[in-house]
Each structure stands twice: as C-alpha cells, then as structure tokens.
Design a protein around this ligand. Structure first.
Ligand code: PMP
Ligand code: GLU
Length: 402
C-alpha cells in the first residue's frame, strides 16, 4: 500500500515504543530495568476506581457530549478555580482522551498550514510530530548554554510573523526543570503584545518538588480567561497516576474551546464516559494521594541523584519536578541513540535517547518505577560506564541474564 505524505512523515512515539519493548522483554524473562517510562506506578485513587465500578455496574455506558459530561466540566472548573485562581464557565473547558488529545486538538484549532509552533529545547518527544500533524512547522529553540531553558531573548528571536503558537511545558519533560517565573511572565507578555497564542502543557502540575510551586500562565496575565490568548492543558494521568484512563482537558477562551469541541466531535467524540466518572471522583475526592506521590518521587529523585553523583564524568541537574532526570553523558558517548542501545543490550536498562527531545549526548532517566529498579538501574549504568567507558564485552554478550 502507499500512504499519505503525512503518514510517511510521522514515526511512532519513541516513549510509547520503548514501553512496549520493555514489557516484551520482561515477558520473555529478561531482567530489564525500565528507566524509560513516563507513568507513575502508584494506584489510581480509591474514589476514582469506585466511581468507575459503580458506573460500569449500571450498564449505561453511553456517548457523552463532545466536550465532556457536565460533571466532568464542573470538576475542571472547580480544579481551575482551586489551583489557578480563575473562575471559568463550562464553555471555557473541554475534556479529551488525555492531555495528548487536548494538545493535538488545540493545535488543529489554531494552526494553519505553514504556521510556526515555537517551543524550547529539550521538548517533549511528541511536539514536533503533533505540530506536523496539524500542518504546522515545528521551531525548536535551543539554549546556547545547555541550561534546559533558552533565555527570553533566545525565545523571542525565534518568533517570526509566521509564529502562531508558543508551546511550553513546566514542570518539564524531559529536563525536570520548573521554568523561572519572571521568564514565563516576560514570554506571556511578549506573546500577548503580538497576538501569539500560548499553549501551556501543565500535565506535571503539582509534581514540583521541595515545596516549590511552578508559576502558572494565569499568574502572568491580567486579562480574563476569554481575553487572554492562553490555553492550559492538563489531566489526570500523572498527578493521580491514571494514565490508562485517558482523561485530559483544556481550559481557554470560549471561542477556542468551541472550535476545539467541534473538531473533537468529528475526530473521536467525547472521551470514555467511565473514565470521565473516575476522573471527576479523583478531582473532587481526597487529594492525599497527590502529596504521597510527590514524596515518593522526591525520594526516588534523591536516591538517583546520589547514585549518579558516584559516576565520574556524568553531569545531571537535580530535577525540580516531574519524574525525569535529563543527564549529560557526553563524557562517555556523544551519540545518545548508540549509548541507549548499548545500555539496553549490555545491562538491560531502558533509557530514552536525548536526541528524541532535541538534545544529543543526553539520556532521559525516569524514576517513577519501583525504588529498587531506580537503584539497580543506576548501579548497572555505573558498572557499564566505569573504567573509561566500561569493561570490554564481546558483541551480543549480556552482563545481566535471566
Ligand atoms: N505532555 C507531556 C509533556 C507529557 O509528558 C505527556 C505524557 N503522557 C503528555 C503531555 C500526555 O499526557 P496524557 O495524554 O497521558 O494525559
Ligand atoms: N509522556 C510520557 C513520556 O514522555 C508517556 C509516553 C507518551 O505518552 O508518549 O514518557
């Protein structure tokens, strides 16, 4: 068969591909350590599970409005008021099948062919392909000093008359960085003055560490939600450990949300009704699990940083949020794909090559798995990298076998 130019220009999400590969290796009995994953391993909140079960028992599992059930939209409204200090209406919010779909639908609603979508490097793996799916042109902006946050001047220098969207993510995947508040304020104002839309991907909301609170974009504007050219994307995947439920949402100006809901109504319809019921219960129920998850992640981060600190030559900034560490392996190998393949082949540790996030010589290490895996993964990496590049192994030889 032959495929469209679009299909031919898009590859599979590397992070999702690695999840499948790690699961396949584990099922085959390989003692693989998965530091590539992007989902917390704690359980969904009890209230969410109970709400899903009780709805399932009714047998009435129906279509919902394209923008989500009234209860779901009310939960998003309550969340927005509680965490962003903004009162919004049902017409300002839309639920989707994960933040991923909310981001995609927002891009489809905003971007015309050839429009540019600007985002900092390192960026989340899907942003370039999502931009292309919407017909846009991805414009990644690297920081000259590898600081994971381009300066305001570097960001604004990348903005042209074709720029339609600036897409930001803080706490950041993959860097673990929480963007500086003054920087965010400056950028939001700059975009406001030029009528450029800011899409704020907040999927790691509430997963910022050491008592910090990431400045959010509504802190950066005096305009009302309807007047600001801001759209916030969030969801239950990370903060409530509910990745498989596939519920995300968008908050933004009514006209944009209407356009997005129109697109979604043809593309997929409203998200799964069971999952919406579970998400409502998670948002409206006890919030203790979020703090507990944050503590577990902080502890895992601390252990990982201590262990990485024992590897001479490896450089890693302490993550300020998320569950990723973006570590600099350039002293060992400047080709991140080759290094990740070597780690997988020799010591069965899954990592994500930095090049997938736009930065060569780095690897993304996730610490959202069991603490024992984080320790064992770091121990194996150290073992392989010790002694100026690790012990000589014959081709195909594995160090850790079943
Ligand atoms: N944005 C970022 C930065 C992510 O890491 C993810 C990971 N899944 C998403 C969006 C999408 O999240 P989901 O679709 O699971 O809500
Ligand atoms: N966002 C996660 C990650 O970056 C999950 C995988 C995905 O949705 O692509 O690993």
């Amino acid at each position: 068969m032959s495929f469209s130019k679009l299909a031919n220009s898009i590859g599979a999400s590397v992070t999702l591909k690695l999840n499948s590969e790690a699961a396949r290796m584990r099922a085959a009995g390989d003692p693989v350590i998965h530091l590539g994953g992007g989902e917390p391993k704690s359980l969904a909140p009890g209230a969410a599970i109970a709400a899903g079960i009780s709805m399932l028992k009714t047998g009435e599992i129906r279509y919902t409005p394209a923008a989500g059930t009234p209860a779901m939209r009310d939960a998003i409204i309550a969340y927005t008021e509680k965490f962003y200090g903004r009162k919004v209406e049902r017409t300002n919010v839309m639920a989707s099948a994960g933040a991923k779909q909310a981001i995609m639908v927002a891009l489809l609603a905003l971007v015309d062919p050839g429009d540019e979508v600007v985002f900092p490097v390192p960026y989340w793996v899907s942003y370039p392909d999502m931009t292309r799916l919407a017909g846009g042109v991805p414009v990644p902006v690297p920081a000259a000093d590898s600081s994971f946050q381009p300066t305001l001047d570097e960001m604004t220098a990348a903005i042209t008359s074709r720029t339609r969207v600036v897409l930001l993510n803080s706490p950041n995947n993959p860097s673990g960085k929480v963007f500086d508040g003054d920087w965010l304020r400056g950028l939001v104002r700059y975009c406001e003055e030029r009528d450029i839309n800011v899409m704020m991907d907040d999927i790691y909301h509430r997963l910022d560490f050491d008592g910090r609170k990431a400045v959010h974009c509504y802190d950066c504007t005096d305009r009302s939600v309807d007047d600001a050219k801001l759209v916030v994307l969030n969801g239950v995947s990370k903060q409530y450990a509910m990745t498989g439920f596939r519920i995300g949402w968008a908050v933004g100006p009514q006209d944009l949300i209407k356009a997005m809901a129109n697109i979604q109504s043809h593309q997929s319809g409203g998200p799964c009704s069971l999952s919406q019921a579970a998400a409502v219960a998670a948002i409206e129920g006890a919030q203790g699990s979020v703090g507990e998850l944050r503590k577990v992640l902080e502890r895992a981060r601390d252990e990982l940083m201590n262990l990485l600190g024992e590897i001479p030559g490896l450089k890693a900034d302490t993550p300020e949020g998320t569950f990723y560490c973006f570590a600099d392996f350039r002293a060992f190998d400047t080709d991140s794909t080759r290094l990740a393949a070597r780690l997988l082949e020799k010591v069965q540790v899954v990592t994500v090559p930095g090049i997938e996030f736009g930065m060569e010589g780095f690897l993304r290490l996730s610490y959202c798995g069991p603490l024992e895996d984080v320790r064992e993964g770091a121990r194996r990496i150290k073992w392989l990298l010790d002694e100026n590049g690790g012990p000589e192994l014959r081709a195909g030889e594995k160090v850790f076998t079943r």
